[in-house]
Each structure stands twice: as C-alpha cells, then as structure tokens.
Design a protein around this ligand. Structure first.
Ligand SMILES: [Mn+2]
Length: 290
C-alpha cells in the first residue's frame, strides 16, 4: 500500500508484523507467513478512498515499522520482542495495527496495550472463543491468559461470530465463566450487522477498547487461507460492514490474525485481510483519531 517505514512529523497508525505461529495446529501451519502475504496483496489497495475523500497514507500518518523479531513456536523468546515493538509505536502516539501470525499473537499485543488502559475491553471477532480452560500457550488459550494476566476486562469484552465444532465441550461455557459476552454467528445473522454493532458500541461506551480480528470469521468460500476454517461464516460485504460500523469510535489497538498463505487461493484471503485493515483505518480517520 506504499506505507513508509517512518515519517517526519508524527505517526497516526503503525503496522507491526508478528510473523509467529505457535506450531500447535494439527494440520495447518503457515500463518507465520501472513504479514508478508498481506503486504504483497496490499499493492492492490490504493491509499485514496473516493467515498470519504481520505488519503490514508499521506493525510493520516500511516507507517509500517516492519516485523518483530520472533521465532515460531518459541513463546518465551519471541513475545517480549513483539510486545516491545508494539509499545514503541504506542509511545509515539500511534494506534498499533498488528498483523499475524496465528491467534496467539494477540497476547503479546495486549501485554503492550492492556497496562496502558484500565479496564480495557476487547472486541474479538472470530469463529472461535480462544478462551479455553487449561494451561499453556496455544491459540485456544489466548484470552484465558489475557484475563489471568489482568490485561482486559472480560465483562466489557466480546467474542463475535462463534460457530463450528470444538474438541472441548466446555469451550463456550468457560468463556462465559471468565465473563465474556458471546455472540454466535446465528445470533449475528438473526439480529443483523447494524443491530449487532449498536449492541457492542453501547456496552463499550466511552471506555478504551481493542479490536481483535480473526480472518476465519469469514466463510471459507471467501477466506480459504486461514488456520482453522469453519463453514457458515459471513460474506465479505457483511464482515466489512461490521468493521465500518465499529471503526467509527476511538480504538486504542487493533490486531488481525490467521491468514495462512500456503492455504490461500490466489492471495484472496490476504487481500481481504488488507482490506479489513484499510476499512478500519478509514473509520479511525473519519473520527479524526488518526
Ligand atoms: Mn479462529
């Protein structure tokens, strides 16, 4: 998309690559290649939005600070570097836009964002809760660890788009026990995107919030290149419409994960991921946040 690595005069939003996956998925490894694939496809996303008149790169200080120094599967060696790079851009006054990587990359991002905002809410859009019971660092435990570490307030946080099968019968129940608000894909489709966005924005109120986006919330027919596909997801237009509705408020952080280039078709999942990010940025820019 032509975002520079740095610029004079301050930065508004900063892309941070976290090319890390836990390596624990039984069959589909590849999201460590996600950041480079999204950058490649972002050549198709032009910086100027004719509908709003916004130029994302020139007028809003978008930069791409590159990738954190991480090694897939090595949590202890990698996460401090990812957290540190996100902290750097926050300290420069920018909204961090982290790109993974698998769903576990949200944890080092929240370790940077959470301590700067009391009672941080997370709106997690995903087919899965990633809030399973039990110890360890896998993509199923990202938000369990985030709650235990006191990084977020689960009672102001959401998992949106839940569906599909699970290996643990307690998966959804455990997320509710932690305090999260759960909205299944069935509920999303019944209430419609506008009503869903109003519900979420109403609970968030004026408090600090972070948006975490797993590409598998989309149906595999539009986003095949993800770590854990689940049929019955949203169409591209509906997912982008939710981003449009939600992005028109102040957000203190953003991450997007699970693009898996070896499973993609013609780069279309990576292009959709870049488009989600661009639409999120347009929302921030329309509110004057960046
Ligand atoms: Mn997921």
């Amino acid at each position: 998309m032509g975002a520079p690595a740095d610029r004079d005069g301050g930065i508004g939003a900063a892309i941070v690559g976290i090319p890390f996956d836990a390596g624990t998925h039984p069959t589909r490894i590849g999201s460590r290649l996600g950041p480079s694939a999204i950058r490649d496809q972002s050549a198709l996303i032009m910086p100027f939005d004719p509908a709003s008149g916004i130029d994302l790169v020139e007028e809003n200080g978008l930069v791409d600070v590159g990738d954190a120094a991480v090694v897939s599967g090595q949590v202890e060696a990698s996460f401090p570097n990812a957290t540190s790079l996100v902290e750097d851009v926050i300290d420069r006054g920018a909204v961090p836009l982290a790109i993974g990587g698998d769903g576990l990359i949200t944890l080092p991002v929240l370790r940077a964002v959470g301590p700067r905002h009391d009672g941080l809410a997370v709106v997690h859009i995903d087919a899965h809760t990633d809030s399973y019971p039990g110890p360890g660092f896998t993509t199923a435990h990202t938000f369990t660890r985030a709650v235990e570490e006191g990084l977020i307030d689960p009672r102001r946080s959401f998992h949106i788009g839940l569906r599909g099968t699970t290996y643990d019968p307690a998966a959804w129940h455990h997320a509710e026990e932690l305090g999260f608000n759960l909205i299944t894909m069935d509920q999303w489709q019944q209430m419609g995107t506008g009503e869903l966005a109003a519900l979420v924005l109403g609970l968030l109120g004026q408090g600090s919030a972070h948006l975490s986006f797993d590409m598998d919330v989309f149906d595999p027919s539009v986003a095949p290149g993800v770590c854990t596909p689940a049929w019955g997801g949203v169409a591209a237009a509906d997912g982008l419409a939710l981003i449009d509705e939600l992005s028109a408020r102040s957000w203190v952080g953003f991450d997007l994960q699970t693009v898996s280039p070896p499973h993609d078709v013609g780069g279309m999942t990576a292009l959709l991921a870049g488009t989600v990010m661009a639409r999120f940025l347009l929302g921030l820019a329309s509110t004057g946040r960046i």
